[in-house]
Design a protein around this ligand. Sequence first.
Ligand code: NAD
Ligand code: ZN
Length: 430
Amino acid sequence: MTKAQIVSGRMARIQPSRKENDMLAMQYRGPYRVRATHKAEPQIEHPNDAIIRVTRSCICGSDLHLYHGLVPDTRIGHTFGHEFTGIVEEVGSSVQSLKKGDHVLVPFNIFCGSCFFCRKELFSNCHNVNPEATAVGGIFGYSHTTGGYDGGQAEFVRVPMADVGPLILPPDLDVDDAVLLTDACPTGYHAAEMGDIAEGDTVVVFGAGPVGLFAAKSAWLMGAGRVIVVDQLEYRLEFAKKFAQCEVVNFREVGDMAIHIKKMTDWLGADVCIDAVGCEAAGNAMQYLTGVKLKMQAGSATVLHWAINSARKGGKISVVGVYGPTFNAVPIGNLVNKGLTLRGNQAAVKRHLPRLIEHIQAGRLKPSEVITHRIPLEDVADAYHIFSSKLDNCIKPVLIPPAARQYEAARTTAAQATESSQSQSQSQVH
Ligand code: NAD
Ligand code: ZN
């Protein structure tokens, strides 16, 4: 390695203009403006911190709410990114379960593992990690409303509570599958679980983004008899049909959504409705105007209306789509009169990992199938634009930092060298 490739014992750095101990990171500059620039590398701040060298970092639909300027207290210079894998670079003095060199996936929730809520495995509701709010726990790279922690769309990230959150990748788990296990896949699974699906149930999933796709797939794993996915983007509905073997509805092509679902279900309604869209839902001009444009409510409540009105009496509504913290105009009277059960949460990622890894190992699930774009971290502005505007049939973009690309290239070269020396020695034996 040349001197430029080794700075303070770490992997290669690019861009000679950076100062020593600077790293490349996505930074927020204001609504619809993000860029990859240099900022100081994170340091260990607490004995239970770890510093992780990022190998993969996805952009999530949740990041789009930040990107669109809809999340309060999103500060200039904040680095987003709550879905990442990486190699442990350094650990604080009290960390016992990780060591330098471990390749880990890091759930998007930051949680202590020992408070009242964590003991109930409500990891997204941890009481000890978010000094800025009580409703939600800590989340990497998700504004100061979730603690102000910088995220993983960077070369390095500080991981607090390092003994609790990260999981060392099992040797047979592909890193592209692993990065989807930090949020989108377990969130879809969590959504299906909150729907309390009974064998044979009809499940309607609103939203054919990564979260909705995994909710649809999980619905089958939990015994659904029929799965219907609703969106407006034809390319995503086509993808959903293949990925989740479901029926699809393009809401732009139907009149009243609830009546359409009733027609499809012998006029009973769906047993379970899942909201995998959240506060930026399209489909109702007044909701969009008051919720997204004028911010008179905490996002458009269109999918909440559709879910409540499309569910059968006694049915269940599961909400993982993200909404703001104030209020939304929802038809609560219909929910009461129909006897519906309403549940919602940020996913408790770590709780689902053992089961999801089993599903992957058994071949029932291949999360990386949703990855459509691999984009260098340097081009993060393009990545946000493509994902936000749903260009180029984008489902899920993954950012790859320069050091990770060089690390992988070095590993491939080393593996090829080993393979060729083994085949040479074998040919000498025979
Ligand atoms: P995404 O932006 O890729 O997908 C959202 C999809 O919803 C798009 O395909 C869009 O066309 C569709 N849509 C818009 N209006 C709709 C409507 N009225 N009916 C049906 N579909 C509609 O986002 P994603 O990554 O799949 O995330 C989806 C939601 O889940 C976001 O709100 C995100 O913040 C949230 N999320 C929650 C958690 C959690 O733990 N609760 C975790 C991750 C993401
Ligand atoms: Zn996410």
